[in-house]
Design a binder for this molecule. Structure first.
Ligand code: TPP
Ligand SMILES: C=C(O[C@H]1C=C[C@H](C(=O)CCC(=O)O)[C@@H](C(=O)O)[C@@H]1O)C(=O)O
Ligand code: MG
Length: 525
């Protein structure tokens, strides 16, 4: 960018360029060095050209902007120089690995101060590593990526506050270019095939499975888990004769949930057809025999193959429901199932990492095609950070959604509880956050480190009990809180939304989690 003579002019030029690029949401964290940009985005908000959110914690701000981006808004996060910039990094990495066009706007000292002990000055060019290019303004051109995050680093000098009032120019919003569809490639029928739909696979994976008559193994956040081919307990069927007889897999999106699926995709006797996924590293972590961007079939495969999977799925699902119903006390799977049933057509569900997304994978309700439910998660790096912030952002980005829900574990909730700190004038969405509170990290009890021989250090190293009183934590931010101990109480809470952001705490016991998980994995058709 050339021409701007003052920091205020530069800031106004940057904000105008963002408006012209379609940015409609800005999440700002307060600072001095970013004041020129802060005043400029405020003027744009006052002119009704964008919506401005303020969050004191840059981690929250960045994940809020990520959640907005996740549901299709064009969002930017803005902060001052120094460690504030580093606090954006988790969300920026998640955006990079999921191909989300998050705009990251960081204020910096002028280049002449770099390498000196000037206050609050570090090397911000390339601060997010090789995955995210920095545009160092005004020296570089302002160019926004559309397949991942863009880092705009703005060198700002004093004076940092404007001398006049700015009325941003009316801008022509660009029409979102429709991507040109790739050419169709025909997959031959014949091999016993399943479709694996990982995170963000989208409807094409479902459409292919339905047209071919293939079983659909779709994760809850795939965007494909609707219709009659989606199998509920697919991951319990892979270590069976049926699973072992798979000859070909068409894999789309980013599968991350389970080792049985990873093992299937890595089998030497299975042909893997990969549909490229979004994100910084599209290469698959398993051998791929063929890359097909837009696979199609001519005709349907042997219906007996799909029917065998459906029958096995019904059998295991019945056994799983009986097993869970016989458990003393509320199980996390029953919580996930109730939440899944509570997502109406047009509703949003943001799912936390760790056990909740995996529990949901086993019990998610059958969703009809076309009901436009949106089930999403931060599966790019499966972090437990920023989940509340992301859910609030996604809910804010869906003003016409029918209901907004989030499901997460207690450690995930605590990790981002600062997200409940909103200023009195901040716009708040309706969002019901269901926390599965088992007082620690249950997932580890189901992994190698949960084996009896590691019991001695387990709680200190992995279980991490905290004993936090979530009601008091919510009270501190005046967030309505509801504790439930049964499915009936949970369903009642879900059916009685308070309005605004609320927390429903479902208390469960993780002491028997490893045993419960082993009995579930042992189920067979
Ligand atoms: C930022 C981040 N830190 C640590 C981890 C490792 N991790 C994965 S799951 C988990 C515990 C999650 O506990 P909780 O949210 O209560 O879920 P639970 O498994 O108990 O249902 C941790 C620490 C991670 N994935 N991301
Ligand atoms: C706890 C972390 O992430 C791990 C969580 C589960 C994964 C797993 O193995 C699930 C087992 C299954 O259901 O099949 C595990 C993995 O992918 O190997 C993740 O590392 C963590 O520390 O990030
Ligand atoms: Mg937990």
């Amino acid at each position: 960018m050339t021409g701007p003579t003052s920091s205020t002019d530069l800031a106004r030029a940057v904000v105008t360029a963002l408006l012209e690029a379609g940015v409609t949401e800005v999440v700002l964290s307060p600072g001095s060095r970013n004041a020129p940009l802060s005043f400029a985005v405020h003027a744009a908000a006052e002119a009704g050209l964008l919506r401005l959110h303020t969050r004191v914690d840059e981690r929250t701000a960045a994940f809020l902007a990520l959640g907005l981006t996740k549901v299709g808004a064009r969002a930017a996060v803005l902060c001052t120089s120094g460690t504030a910039v580093a606090n954006l990094h988790p969300a920026v990495l998640e955006a990079a690995h999921t191909g989300l066009p998050l705009v990251v706007l960081t204020a910096d000292r002028p280049a002449r101060l770099r390498g000196t002990a000037a206050n609050q000055t570090t090397d911000q060019v390339g601060v997010f590593g090789r995955l995210v290019t920095t545009r160092d303004l005004p020296d570089d051109a302002l160019v926004l990526a559309d397949d991942g995050p863009t880092h705009l680093n703005v060198q700002l000098d004093e004076p940092l506050v404007p001398a006049d009032r700015w009325v941003p120019p009316a801008v022509e919003r660009p029409a979102r270019p429709e991507p040109r569809p790739a050419a169709e490639e025909v997959l031959p029928l014949g091999p016993r095939t399943v479709v694996v739909a990982g995170d963000d696979a989208g409807p094409p994976a479902r459409v292919l499975a339905e047209r071919a008559g293939w079983p659909l193994l779709a994760e809850p956040t795939s965007g494909s888990r609707t219709g009659d081919n989606a199998l509920r307990c697919y991951r319990l069927l892979l270590d069976t004769d049926l699973g072992r007889s798979v000859e070909r897999v068409v894999v789309a999106g980013h599968p991350t949930l389970s080792r049985p699926v990873t093992r299937l995709l890595s089998r030497a006797d299975v042909e893997v057809v990969s549909v490229p996924a979004r994100g910084a590293w599209p290469d698959r972590p398993f051998p791929v025999d063929r890359v097909v961007t837009r696979p199609v079939v001519e005709g349907r495969d042997d219906p007996a193959w799909l029917e065998a999977w459906r029958e096995a799925d019904r059998s295991v699902a019945r056994q799983l429901d009986r097993l869970l119903a016989a458990e003393p006390g509320l199980t996390p799977h029953e919580v996930a199932a109730a939440v899944s049933r509570g997502v109406p057509p047009g509703g949003l569900l943001y799912v936390g990492a760790s056990s909740p997304v995996r529990d949901l994978d086993l019990v998610v309700a059958r969703y009809d095609v076309g009901d436009r439910r949106k089930v999403v998660a931060n599966r790019g790096l499966a972090g437990i950070d920023g989940t509340i912030s992301s859910a609030i952002g996604a809910a804010l980005g869906r003003p016409h959604g029918s209901r907004n829900l989030a499901l997460m574990g207690d450690v995930t909730f605590l990790h981002d509880s600062g997200a409940l700190v909103l200023g009195p004038r901040e716009v708040r969405p309706d969002l019901t956050i269901v926390v599965v509170n088992d007082d620690g990290g249950a997932i580890f009890s189901m992994l190698e480190q949960g084996a009896p021989e590691h019991a001695d250090p387990f709680e200190v190293l992995f279980g991490t009990p905290h004993g936090v009183d979530l009601a008091s934590l919510c009270a501190a931010t005046r967030t309505p809180h509801w504790r439930v101990d049964t499915v009936a109480e949970l369903e009642h809470a879900l059916a009685s939304p308070n309005g605004g952001i609320e927390v429903v705490e479902a208390v469960v016991d993780r002491r028997t989690r490893r045993d419960l998980d082993e009995r579930i994995r042992a189920l067979r058709p």
